[in-house]
Each structure stands twice: as structure tokens, then as C-alpha cells.
Design a protein around this ligand. Structure first.
Ligand SMILES: *[C@@H]1O[C@H](CO)[C@@H](O)[C@H](O)[C@H]1NC(C)=O
Ligand SMILES: *[C@@H]1O[C@H](CO)[C@@H](O)[C@H](O)[C@H]1NC(C)=O
Length: 795
């Protein structure tokens, strides 16, 4: 139409096209095509994850708005930053520990090759920041990672990398931040990290690093953040006071200790939670003016609590719970205003909660239960508890000679003839498991040097041994078969033998309460051995122990033997008992806290149970177990009020103590059993102690002194002969309405006989049992006759 006029414009437009293209080109197509290709290849190697679904041949990588899960940053013609956060997650810790997770649920396809993947990434040579999180990446991190020589920040959290960290990472001279959290890395924390000149943030949280911390740590002067939590590190923390820039140190959930780390005073956040620190808290901590968060909980810190911690100028979060800190708090202690969270619970503190820690309107959280304070809005122990515990803490011997690091666990295989079969079975199992697993993940175990094969076996295998060994099974009692436990299993069950699981201690042992991974509750008795024994010494004992199972004994479920590394002698023997939940017989008879005391019928049933337990100890095992040092506080009741003897003369105990006490057995503590003079009836000591128990059961009050026993016995003897009034006056008033006089008299008479001075005058345990059963029958007949209420005495 009007082409004559428009032609110049058209020409102008045509001439402008390249200009326009040139103007827009730098914004749209600046990325080198090789780098775009590399990204597309990354997408393919990752199995086209949802997060990358927008990528295709036409994507303008450098100009896509960044999202939290995906961003690409370019500079000039190169990609400098790449963040990809997938949704594969990381293996749950529990599963990871037992290696039972099916990796394929979480990982990329088996065809994934971390090597090709890294080769592809080297096509992005200017990459400074690389985050590849939760993508299911697996394999050993290849040395060629060093080809990404510009890297400043590397974050590969929540993947399945395993094996050691390649030393080639030390060639990344610009690396400032290295984050390998939530993977399966093993090996020790490399000492070559110190070769990275500008490393500022190092985070290895939740892997399986083991061993002790390298001393080269102290030369990493640029370090600001060091996170090593949830690994299997042990031993002392090297002196890192030279790290003057260090602000965050997080060592939570390892086995480090026992000494408090030596730190610079610039620290802002210090987390030592759940380790094995058992020193005092040094006073220098008061000079950490920038300290905002201090978490020392669940260790064994002891000594007086330094009150200056509350008033540190920057402190906001203070967790000291679950230690053994002592000292007296008072109202006038001052606190920093910024304190938001304070936990001093489960320590041994006395006195009054400071005013400044009382609840205020600003939502401050203060936990102080489980001390001996006078404030009782949160549960407190009686004052004496803290006093006694504090004394116990004071004299607890620190076994200086042997270090934790020198120890090694090893488990003794199942005993006797079945041993060989079981071991064979185990090896077959291991073999099958190995050949089935596509990618055996190598994990090292911290105290495991000898006995490797056995110690690594999951306890399940040992439990499965019951199909081989019938002798181990005693299902009649409803107990699981006797088995070996691994130390790791026990540590997990007791939170590393944490104080909150502590149940009590004797002169040679400590008792802890544990919850196994299947949810069952157990009591774990730890015996420190003073003498050197080889594990083999214990085999006969353990065989015997495995047979001591009875309705009226707290039965042993299994054992674990921990050895020293240097000479492989036994350092500690752990015996795992069934947990009996209902408290001691004394608590159920004498202490009227929580619930009513037992009725007379129930008391007789309990006494009969104890007598049956004693009878079993004397005659049910060969050789019999005598001198069991029976005490009412060692008789426990289960939920059905079935009495069980919790502490008896286990052969191992006897062995352990003989070395210290000479020829004396453990039960011969009471002076009056002078066995040297005349021939001793072997069961007499237990019968005497049973008499004391019966005395408490009848009178309903605690008897502590020997002199008291003598007086009460005489009193009882008098009343047995005299009238009903007398008997009622000495018996526990709680039972006198219920009990039939004949029943009470029989019980009193047998108690008196048990407490005879001369051994030969005491009744046999069978005699005791017969009399008590008679007392129970009389009582039973009468109560059925009178009100017909069925009393549950069946025993
Ligand atoms: C690593 O990257 C993920 C995803 O961006 C992030 O959530 C995490 O905080 C990073 N780790 C550290 C220690 O910064
Ligand atoms: C606390 O302060 C009050 C008032 O200043 C004082 O009377 C009291 O004696 C102080 N108590 C302690 C234990 O120092």
C-alpha cells in the first residue's frame, strides 16, 4: 500500500534488530551453553527431582527468581552459586544407628554415580557457593571435589555420603564454610582441616565420626563456628584457647570429657550437652562476657555451682540440668535480665530458689525439679538425698589409670556347646547380609578394637540364638531368653548412664534404669572390677547366672563385658536385670506415701515369696547361693505385688569382692556370724536376715539398728507367749483389724525363731516357708468365712 513511505522505517528496523538483540542478549542468553548443559545434566543425574522440574533446554538459568529450594546465581558469564534443596531427607538417627534402614527408601537410584555427578559439576568452574541438600546423594565424596577450586561455601547436608572426608578438600584454599551435617561420614575428624587457611565455619553434625579430636584444632585460628554434635567422638577436648575467633562450639551428644574444655573468652554459644564431662565447671567461665547460650546438661559435672553463671552479662539460655552440681542457692543471688531459659533440674542443689528465677510475666522458663530446694512447686528430693549424694560424688574414685579411650568392648559369645553353633550362625548371617547389601556402609565403632566381629553384631542376632539354644529359653517366667547386650545398646538405654537414670549404688556397683529399644525397661548393674580378670574367668559364672531365674528373684536378662584395650582384661561387667516397678517391700509396708500399705494377706504373700526365693537360691542352683545379704530394701514388688529378691549373692560379685575382703563373703558383714568358731549351717545367715524382714512386715516400721532388732525380738517373743492384746499392740495398727490372731501369732513366732542368736537354733528355710503358709491359710480361711471377699493371695 504505502510502501514508498514505509521503506526507510523498515530498513531502519532491520538495521536495528542486531542492536536490539545486542541490548537484550547480555540479560537473557549470557550463560555459556556448556554451563547450561552441565545444569541439565545435573538434573538428569539427580533423577529429575521435583525441585528441578522447571528446568529445560529453554530455561534462562541466570534470570529465574531464586526460591528457597532452588537458586542459581551468575556473575558475568558463569554460574557462581548453586543451591538445590531436595525432599529426600536424611536417614532417621535411630535407623541409621542400627543400620536397619532400607537405604533405597531414601537414596537416589542405585545407578547414581557420585563420580559422574562431580565431573559434571566441574563444568561450573567458577562455582563459589554450592548447596546440595536432601537430594539422596550417596557414595564416597570423590577427591575430584578439589577441582571446584573456587569453592567458598560447600553445604551437602542431609545426604548419604559415607566413608572418610577426602583429604583433597584441603586444596580448596578459599573454602570458608564446610557443612557435612546429617550424613554417614566415618573416620576421625581430619587433622588436615588446619591446612584450610580461611575456614570459618565447620559443621559435621550427626555423622559417625569417631576417635578423639585432633590437636591441630588449635591452629585453626580463623574458625568461628565449630559444630561436631551427635557423633561418636571421645576423649579430652584439646586446648583451644588459641582460637580467639571461636564463637560457637557445639559438641553435644558425644563421649567427650572428662575435663572441661579450655576455651577463649569470646565464646557466644557453648553446648557440651550429653557427653562425659565430669569435672568442675571452671571459674574462668565467669569471664565469658559474650556468652549467650550455655548448655552443659546431661553430663556429670560436679562441685559447687558457680553463682556467677546466672549473672553473666549476655546470658540468655542456661541449661545445667542433669548433672551433679552441689551448693546452696539463696534468694539474693542476682541474675542477668536477659535470661530467658534456665534449667538447673536434677542436680544436688540446696537452699532457696533465687527471687530472680521465680516465674515472671515475661515468659521466662525456669526448671529446677529434682534438687533439694525448699521451693516445692517443682518436685524436690529430701535434703538428705542431696547431702548423701554430694558425699558420694565427692568420694567417687576416678579411675585415673585407665582412660576411657583405652577400653574396648567385647562380647563373649554364647556359652557352652551352643557357643560354636551360634557363632557359626552369626557368621553365616553376616555373610548373607553382606552379600545382600548393595553398598556396605563402613562404620567404625569407638571402643571396638578386638572382638570386632562379635561386638558389631546387632543384639537381635543374639536374641535369635534362641532358635538354636533351647537351654536358654525360660519362657515360663515370661522373660526373654538370656542374651549378650552390647555396650552401645546399654548406653542408649540409659542415655550414657546419665544421673537421671541412676537408681542406687552399693560399695562395688551402681544400678541404672534403662529403656531398651523395644521399649522394655531394665535395671543395669555395673560392676567395676578391681582385679585383673580375663573375660574367660567369667564364663562359668555367667553360665550359672543365666540359670538363676525364678518368680521370686529379680532375674538377670543378660550381660555385657567391657574390656581394657591394652591388656584386654575386664574393666566392667554389666548385668541386665528385669525391672520391677512397684518399689521396695519396705516402701509398701512402712512408708505411707502414695497408696495404702499392704494388707496382712498381701504381706504374708510377699513374705512367702521371699522365702521361696531364698529356698531357690539355696537349693535350686548348684552350687547353692548362700549369704545373700538380704534386706527389706532389696525386696521389690511387681505390679501384682509379687515379691522379688533384687540383690543376691551373684557368683561374680563374690569373686569381685573376695579379692578385697579376703576370705569373707559379701553377706558376712554382720559381726555376729562368726563362721570360724563352730560349724555353720549354711542357710542360717539368710534365715536371720529374713527374720528382720519379717519383723518389719509385722510391725510396719523401718528397723535400722542391730540393737533395735534385739529389743523388738524380745518384745515379740513376750507377746507370742502372752495374750492377743499384747500381739495387737506391737503389730502394725494398719493390719490389726484385718488379721486373725492365730495367723499373726504364727508369723511372730517364726520371726522370733529366725532371729535366734545361735545359728543352729534358727529354723530351716523350708520350716519358715511351712509356717508362713500355715499363717496364710488360717488368715485366708477366716477372711473367706467372714466377708467372702476374695483376697488375692495366690502365690
Ligand atoms: C545447609 O543448607 C540447608 C539448605 O539451604 C540449610 O537449611 C542449612 O541451614 C545449611 N546448613 C548450614 C549449617 O548453614
Ligand atoms: C537478702 O537481702 C535482704 C535485704 O537486703 C537481707 O535482709 C537478707 O539478709 C539477705 N539474705 C541473704 C541470705 O543474704
Amino acid at each position: 500500500m504505502v510502501k514508498g513511505e514505509n521503506l526507510p522505517f523498515l530498513l531502519l528496523w532491520v538495521a536495528l534488530i542486531p542492536v536490539i538483540i545486542l541490548i537484550f542478549l547480555p540479560c537473557t542468553l549470557q550463560l555459556q551453553s556448556s554451563q547450561a548443559q552441565a545444569l541439565l545434566r545435573v538434573q538428569r543425574l539427580l533423577g529429575f527431582p521435583a525441585v528441578l522440574s522447571s528446568w529445560n533446554n529453554w530455561t534462562d538459568f541466570c534470570n529465574t527468581p531464586p526460591a528457597s529450594s532452588l537458586s542459581v546465581v551468575c556473575y558475568e558469564e558463569s554460574i557462581t552459586q548453586l543451591h538445590i534443596v531436595g525432599s529426600k531427607g536424611s536417614p532417621p538417627v535411630k535407623l541409621k544407628r542400627t543400620q536397619n534402614f532400607t537405604a533405597s527408601d531414601y537414596e537416589l537410584l542405585p545407578t547414581f554415580s557420585i563420580d559422574s555427578f562431580l565431573t559434571t559439576l566441574t563444568g561450573l568452574p567458577n562455582l563459589k557457593v554450592l548447596s546440595l541438600v536432601s537430594l539422596g546423594l550417596w557414595g564416597q565424596l570423590p577427591p575430584k571435589i578439589a577441582r571446584l577450586y573456587s569453592l567458598e561455601i560447600l553445604n551437602v547436608s542431609s545426604n548419604f555420603f559415607y566413608g572418610r572426608i577426602p583429604q583433597e578438600i584441603s586444596l580448596l584454599r578459599n573454602l570458608q564454610t564446610l557443612i557435612l551435617d546429617d550424613n554417614l561420614f566415618t573416620g576421625s575428624v581430619p587433622d588436615w582441616f588446619s591446612a584450610l587457611p580461611v575456614l570459618t565455619v565447620l559443621s559435621l553434625r550427626n555423622n559417625s565420626f569417631s576417635g578423639s579430636l585432633p590437636s591441630s584444632l588449635k591452629t585453626m585460628e580463623s574458625l568461628r563456628v565449630l559444630v561436631l554434635s551427635t557423633n561418636q567422638l571421645y576423649g579430652e577436648v584439646p586446648d583451644i584457647s588459641s582460637l580467639t575467633n571461636l564463637q560457637i562450639l557445639d559438641l553435644e551428644n558425644n563421649n567427650l570429657g572428662p575435663q572441661f574444655p579450655i576455651l577463649g573468652n569470646k565464646i557466644v554459644k557453648l553446648v557440651l550437652r550429653k557427653n562425659r564431662f565430669s569435672s568442675n565447671i571452671p571459674s574462668e567461665i565467669a569471664s565469658c562476657f559474650q556468652l549467650k547460650k550455655l548448655d552443659l546438661s546431661f553430663n556429670r559435672f560436679l562441685g559447687p555451682l558457680s553463682l556467677s553463671l546466672f549473672s553473666l552479662p549476655a546470658i540468655e539460655y542456661l541449661d545445667l540440668g542433669g548433672n551433679k552440681l552441689t551448693g546452696m542457692l539463696s534468694e539474693n543471688i542476682s541474675c542477668n535480665n536477659g535470661l530467658q531459659f534456665v534449667d538447673i533440674s536434677s542436680n544436688l542443689l540446696t537452699g532457696t530458689l533465687p527471687h530472680c528465677l521465680e516465674p515472671n510475666s515475661r515468659g521466662k522458663v525456669v526448671r529446677y525439679a529434682g534438687n533439694c530446694l525448699v521451693n516445692d512447686t517443682q518436685y524436690q528430693h529430701p535434703y538428705l538425698f542431696c547431702k548423701n549424694e554430694a558425699l558420694a560424688v565427692g568420694v567417687l574414685p576416678r579411675n585415673g589409670k585407665k582412660k576411657e579411650s583405652e577400653k574396648v568392648i567385647f562380647l563373649i559369645g554364647i556359652l557352652g556347646v551352643t557357643g560354636g553353633m551360634v557363632v557359626l550362625g552369626l557368621f553365616i548371617w553376616v555373610f548373607i547380609r553382606r552379600s545382600r547389601s548393595r553398598k556396605p556402609i563402613k562404620r567404625s565403632s569407638r571402643r571396638l578394637v578386638i572382638g570386632n566381629a562379635l561386638a558389631r553384631l546387632p543384639s537381635k542376632v543374639l536374641a535369635d540364638a534362641r532358635y538354636i539354644s533351647q537351654t536358654m529359653s525360660l519362657s515360663a517366667l515370661g522373660l526373654p531368653p538370656y542374651r549378650n547386650f552390647s555396650l552401645e545398646e546399654l548406653e542408649e538405654a540409659t542415655d550414657n548412664f546419665h544421673t537421671s537414670t541412676f537408681m542406687g549404688e552399693g560399695s562395688h556397683d551402681q544400678m541404672y534404669k534403662g529403656i531398651l529399644s523395644d521399649g522394655s525397661v531394665v535395671a543395669i548393674r555395673c560392676l567395676k572390677l578391681k582385679q585383673k580378670y580375663s573375660p574367660q574367668t567369667f564364663l562359668p559364672h555367667i553360665e550359672l547366672i543365666s540359670k538363676i531365674r525364678h518368680r521370686h528373684l529379680v532375674s538377670v536378662l543378660g550381660h555385657c563385658i567391657e574390656c581394657y584395650l591394652d591388656d584386654s582384661t575386664v574393666s566392667r561387667l554389666l548385668l541386665i536385670f528385669e525391672y520391677v516397678p512397684y518399689g521396695t517391700l519396705r516402701a509398701n509396708v512402712c512408708e505411707r506415701m502414695g497408696g495404702e500399705p499392704l494388707s496382712w494377706t498381701q504381706r504374708l504373700a510377699a513374705a512367702i515369696g521371699v522365702a521361696r526365693g531364698i529356698e531357690f537360691l539355696h537349693t535350686g542352683v548348684v552350687p547353692g547361693l548362700f549369704d545373700n545379704d538380704l534386706k527389706i530394701t532389696n525386696i521389690l514388688l511387681d505390679q501384682n505385688h509379687v515379691a522379688k529378691i533384687s540383690s543376691y549373692n551373684l557368683p561374680v560379685l563374690a569373686n569381685n569382692m573376695k579379692s578385697e575382703l579376703g576370705a569373707q563373703g559379701p553377706g558376712s558383714g554382720r559381726k555376729e556370724f562368726d563362721i570360724s568358731k563352730r560349724e555353720k549351717r549354711r542357710d542360717a545367715a539368710d534365715v536371720y536376715n529374713f527374720g528382720i524382714i519379717l519383723l518389719e512386715v509385722i510391725m510396719g516400721r523401718a528397723i535400722e539398728a542391730q540393737s533395735e532388732v534385739d529389743t523388738l525380738r524380745d518384745q515379740l517373743q513376750q507377746c507370742v507367749i502372752e495374750n492377743q492384746e499384747c500381739r495387737r499392740s506391737v503389730a502394725d495398727p494398719w493390719i490389726t483389724d484385718e488379721c486373725v490372731d492365730e495367723s499373726l501369732r504364727t508369723a511372730m513366732a517364726i520371726a522370733v525363731r529366725c532371729l535366734c542368736k545361735e545359728h543352729e537354733d534358727r529354723p530351716s528355710i523350708e520350716d519358715v516357708l511351712w509356717n508362713l503358709q500355715f499363717a496364710a491359710q488360717v488368715q485366708d480361711a477366716s477372711s473367706q468365712g467372714s466377708d467372702g471377699s476374695p483376697n488375692n493371695t495366690s502365690d
